[in-house]
Design a binder for this molecule. Structure first.
Ligand code: 9PG
Length: 538
């Protein structure tokens, strides 16, 4: 059938199509939209927090990221090798007049690909659940209006976060990484003094293991003891966990292997590789696993934490054969519903989380990859072509393209820095990230008070205290208070590397197949971190 969008006749193959405010809702499990012209730019939409989300020239291929071993943790592994412009749930293309044409799924397990002039959106769950409407929102016109409309339609179907105000968070990760311990965190808590943080969040490094969520020997007073000390300063206590991941060294792996996600052949599904170990996923449809998850969340609450950063959540939505046959993102939502319920009124931040399936079940969502004390690297941009890797520019690019989600949840752009110590970001880059946090209204840092100069500490204080008006003025431009900030110059993709660099990258990426090598590399990073921390006392 034909529909008229932006004064153009566009043919689609829907079984049903009705006009709604701002566009059409069409139904088809596999929908093709024939565009009037081949578009020049396409909005890639990454599956989870860290996955690339960016406007890219259709002539610039985005090749499979390296190394492949990280695909399950950086992209949707089902589509990680797709080289045509594509993305999870929704797509936008630029029309010649500066407007966009938008196609967005109103249901889960959906993916879109552009082939020449044809956009094809497909639902992966066909036949798995009966009576699904397989709906799509199709619109053309002003980008901001269309995304606002899409957010509204999603909110009606998936819900919204409950928390009104986002928090000002001190997070342990981006200075200390896994090298945290009780005494040092208490010293930092003390040194934060009257800086207006309302959450002190302990990140990765407190636990005995991934899956063994009990304090390790570095936290002799227990996690309840830590929470009590944090709360005594008038702040909320926050804790990081990766509850849907299981590693071979954990007791769950030993005692409850039947709780893990398996593939069609009965093999365990890879959830990536980190902490020097192979990662596996919890099957969030297994009743005993769900009971364990709920009990874990309740334990964290009883310890005294009322801010939960739950990470690596994509693991719950990986493809596999589940205990209860359910589409994968529905299974994830099932797990998240149990978690949300057990967390009660705690603030719930999701991270490494599939985007649409998290809507309505969390208060905040990390909307980009990790930041780092560097802006970009030749290794990640040119050799590995990995735009989900930690770095200021990767974080900025993806985050900016996800801010349309803000009517539905708090958008977490990751931490920002005020310190010049142990940091190679330029003052301009620091300011860009600070402005991004201002736009998101989600303010977090990992700066160690003892590492800040007097003026840096006062800048941080001022930043936490103010709340300027923010107004969007362009695709990547905002008016913040009385300043105009254009992030646009930093959101483009780097140029495609040449043939030699590509070859070199393939070799380096291939080396990562040797797990002992990654493990050794991790070991080196850890050793250098220890040296840094010895030279820069906390
Ligand atoms: C703790 C960290 C921090 C951080 C999270 C997440 O692809 N990767 O190998 C990968 C590893 C770690 C990571 C992201 C990606 O960081 O985003 O804030 O909590 O875990 O381990």
């Amino acid at each position: 059938m034909d529909i008229t969008l932006a004064n153009q006749t566009i043919s689609i193959n829907a079984t049903d199509c009705r006009p709604v405010e701002g566009g059409f809702i069409a139904s088809a499990s596999l929908l093709t939209v024939n565009l009037p012209t081949a578009p020049a730019r396409y909005l890639y939409s990454g599956w989870q927090s860290w996955s690339l989300t960016a406007w890219v020239e259709t002539g610039r291929p985005v090749r499979p990221m390296r190394p492949e071993i990280l695909h399950p943790m950086q992209a949707d592994p089902v589509y990680a090798r797709e080289t045509r412009p594509h993305g999870s749930w929704y797509a936008a293309v630029e029309l010649p007049d500066g407007q966009i044409l938008f196609l967005g799924a109103l249901g889960l397990e959906s993916h879109i690909v552009l082939d020449g002039q044809t956009l094809t959106g497909g639902y992966e769950n066909v036949g798995q659940i009966s009576n699904l409407p397989y709906q799509w929102f199709i619109a053309a016109g002003n980008e901001d209006e269309i995304f606002a409309r899409y957010a509204k339609l999603l909110g009606e179907r998936l819900g919204k976060g409950r928390a009104r105000d986002s928090h000002k968070v001190w997070c342990s990760w981006y200075s200390l990484y896994t090298e945290i311990h009780e005494g040092q965190l208490l010293k930092i808590l003390n040194d934060l003094g009257d800086l207006p943080f309302d959450v002190f969040q302990i990140d990765d490094g407190w636990q005995r293991g991934i899956g063994d969520w009990e304090p390790n020997a570095k936290f002799p007073s227990g996690m309840d003891g830590m929470a009590a000390r944090i709360r005594a300063t008038g702040r909320k206590a926050g804790l990081w966990l990766a509850p849907l991941l299981i590693v071979p060294s954990s007791s769950i792996f030993r005692d409850h292997r039947d709780w893990l996600l398996r593939d069609e052949n009965g093999g365990l599904v890879s959830a990536g590789f980190n902490w020097g170990e192979q990662l596996y996923a919890l099957d969030t449809t297994h009743p005993a696993a769900l009971d364990w998850l709920a009990a874990l969340m309740k334990k964290v609450r009883l310890w005294g934490y009322d801010y939960a950063k739950l990470d690596f959540l994509y693991a719950g939505a990986l493809p596999g054969k589940r205990h209860v046959d359910m589409p994968r993102e529905a299974a994830y939502r099932h797990g998240l519903t149990v978690i949300r319920e057990a967390l009660g009124d705690a603030y719930f931040l999701t991270c490494g989380a599939p985007i649409l399936p998290s809507i309505g079940l969390c208060d905040a969502l990390r909307v980009g990859p990790d930041v780092a004390g560097h802006w970009a690297s030749r290794r990640d941009d040119d050799l590995l072509e990995n735009f989900a890797a930690p770095g200021g520019r990767n974080a900025l690019r993806t985050t900016l393209n996800r801010l349309w989600l803000s009517p539905l949840l708090h958008t977490d752009p990751d931490v920002i820095y005020f310190r010049s110590r142990q940091n190679s970001l330029t003052p301009e880059q620091l300011a860009l990230l600070q402005d991004l946090a201002e736009v998101c209204r989600f303010k977090a840092t990992s700066d160690i008070p003892a590492w800040l100069t007097g003026p840096e500490r006062e800048k941080l204080r001022g930043f936490l205290a103010r709340r300027p008006t923010v107004q969007k003025t362009g695709r990547a431009a905002y008016r913040i208070g009385d300043r105009d900030v254009d992030f646009g110059a930093h959101t483009a993709m780097p140029p495609l590397p040449g043939a030699f660099t590509n070859l070199l990258g393939a070799v380096i990426g291939g080396l990562a197949k040797a797990r002992p090598l990654i493990k050794a590399f991790d070991g080196l990073l850890k050793a250098s971190l220890r040296i840094i921390l010895r030279r820069n006392p906390v």
